[in-house]
Ligand binder design. Sequence first.
Ligand code: GLN
Length: 203
Amino acid sequence: VPTIGVLALQGDVREHARALEAAGVRTLDVRRPEELEQVDGLVLPGGESTTMWRLARSFEMLEPLRKRIEGGLPAYGSCAGMIMLADRIRDGVAGQETIGGIDMTVRRNAFGRQVDSFESEVPLTGMGDTPYHAVFIRAPWVEAVGDAVEVLGRAEGGANAGRIVAVRQGRLMATAFHPELTGDFRVHHYFADLVRRAMDEEE
Ligand code: GLN
């Protein structure tokens, strides 16, 4: 059984841990490098990316996180976690850094200019036939992706139709929405499978 860590510096850590348990994996709260060493995969929760970045820096976790992700650790970021996995961000605060890993440009609070939060049906590649009921809270969107990035989902309907809201690049994935909040854990199951396959490849 894989152990999937949840970066527990800030954000909705408990909700992700519960969703991962529903997907049949062990979970571990990750705050320090020693804990990061023990996990087979990592979830970066939703929350506030500026705070997450500042805390990661003061806990001396930025470099360890970058090294493990460069070394092939599977990771999944939701909302603020999506921002943390982006190689480039727009509308960050001055000096805001990410961990990086996914060759994409993400705009912070992109939908938030119109509305703070909203819900929408998003069809997701590889996660079943029914669209995903996605909850967006001051969400980013993905403005540009490199060739290695697979788009898994786009917003539908309204002015924001076509905006990229779910992506995957190899062992890294990210969603602009919060699948930990709805009780539909297809995204966590998908990530748990990705982690299991990564573990099989390492053996
Ligand atoms: N707006 C937040 C940020 O910039 C993300 C919001 C969220 O994670 N729900 O980090």
